[in-house]
Ligand binder design. Structure first.
Ligand code: F6R
Length: 340
């Protein structure tokens, strides 16, 4: 008879994140910093699950605005995990993606349609007819009508309840490159040179990156009831600081988020590196004029630096930054079991 397998180790208990209030005088957007990308992904996925439950209870459906790129991949993984665990049902969820390269065939490895199906939709019980992604195959003479129809479809669905965003190095949200204004709607745009350079590796050369894209506009994004802007990695730090602390300007489309009532910026520590409270930390009791809380969320993976044990080593740069950041908070440091 086959030997019984050894019992599984007990599940690792995750303690609730601890939060640290910090001076955030310069921040114009509610910003939450996580030590690890995985903690950020879990928090965003949890918020999406809450919105889906709330909206399906209230009106029988939930409408999500979705992004592609590397940043939201962890969120999609976590949503799939939550779905497989029976926590969330996507059968009454309607989605609208931000953008698609133009031209772009749906079966291309670079297509955002393919990305969405491979990384998310194929793994949950979403109805195909509830998925909307700008069509990169539309003939040019019909692009304007297709973009207007996309706007109309969002309106007909009752508007977007929760919009997920990444940010490009140009400050784009969707593909709203520098020059995009607050009234812009779904349309065809020319991609910024920096955006095309950033995509060059994926396309095996900048010359292969499409020059244009279809994108929801800034106004389309700002119509969403709630917005989450995600950024990870040090390469995003400078543009994140500009978006969170800078003046509103058409030079950086993400700054228009400052006009929205319900935006949260979710960052990992490297992406937060250029925020004043981390770059130039100084104890302060001043509060932002917006009065909303900004927190550093210490997830389980940061336990070592916060005095608890962790099986996972923390890179020195992250741990020392965390220690310096905590120390700089001095008397304003608080612990709580509140969630993000
Ligand atoms: C993608 C999108 C873009 C990306 C941004 C960041 O649908 O709208 O704005 O969110 O370019 O891309 P990653 O996450 O790859 O750094």
């Amino acid at each position: 008879m086959a030997k019984a397998p050894p019992p599984l180790p007990p599940a690792v208990r995750r303690s609730p994140p601890t939060t640290i209030e910090s001076s955030r005088d310069r921040e114009r957007l509610r910003t939450v910093v996580f030590p690890e990308h995985s903690d950020l992904a879990r928090a965003v996925a949890e918020r999406i699950v809450e919105v889906i439950h709330r909206e399906t209870r209230a009106k029988g459906r939930a409408v999500l605005g979705l992004a592609t790129g590397s940043t939201p991949l962890g969120v999609y993984e976590e949503l799939i995990r939550r779905h497989q665990a029976g926590d969330v049902d996507f059968s009454h969820v309607i989605t609208f993606n931000l953008d698609e390269y133009y031209p772009m065939t749906p079966d291309s490895p670079h297509s955002y349609r393919r990305y969405m199906w491979e990384n998310f939709f194929a793994h949950v019980n979403i109805a195909k007819q509830n998925v909307h992604i700008p069509d990169g195959t539309i003939p040019r003479e019909r692009v304007a009508d297709a973009c207007a129809a996309y706007e109309e479809a969002i309106r007909a669905a009752g508007g977007i309840d929760f919009q997920l965003l990444g940010i490009g190095k140009t400050g784009h949200v969707g593909f709203n490159e520098p020059g995009s204004d607050a009234t812009s709607r779904t349309r065809i745009v020319t991609l910024d040179t920096l955006t095309r350079k950033d995509a060059a590796a994926d396309f095996f050369g900048v010359e292969n990156v499409p020059r244009e894209a279809l994108t929801m506009g800034v106004a389309t994004i700002l119509d969403a009831k709630e917005i989450a802007l995600l950024a990870t990695g040090e390469h995003k730090a400078a543009i994140v600081a500009r978006a969170v602390e800078g003046e509103i300007s058409t030079d950086v489309a993400a700054t228009f988020l400052q006009r929205h009532q319900s935006v949260t910026v979710y960052l990992d520590l490297p992406a937060a590196d250029e925020l004043t409270r981390i770059k130039t930390p100084a104890p302060s009791t001043a509060r932002s004029s917006t009065g909303c809380a900004t927190r550093f969320v210490a997830g389980p993976s940061s336990r070592r630096t916060s005095g608890c044990s962790s099986s996972r080593p923390i890179p020195m740069t992250t741990s020392s930054r965390w220690a310096a950041f905590s120390a700089s908070c001095g008397r304003t440091r608080t612990r709580s079991s509140s969630r993000t």
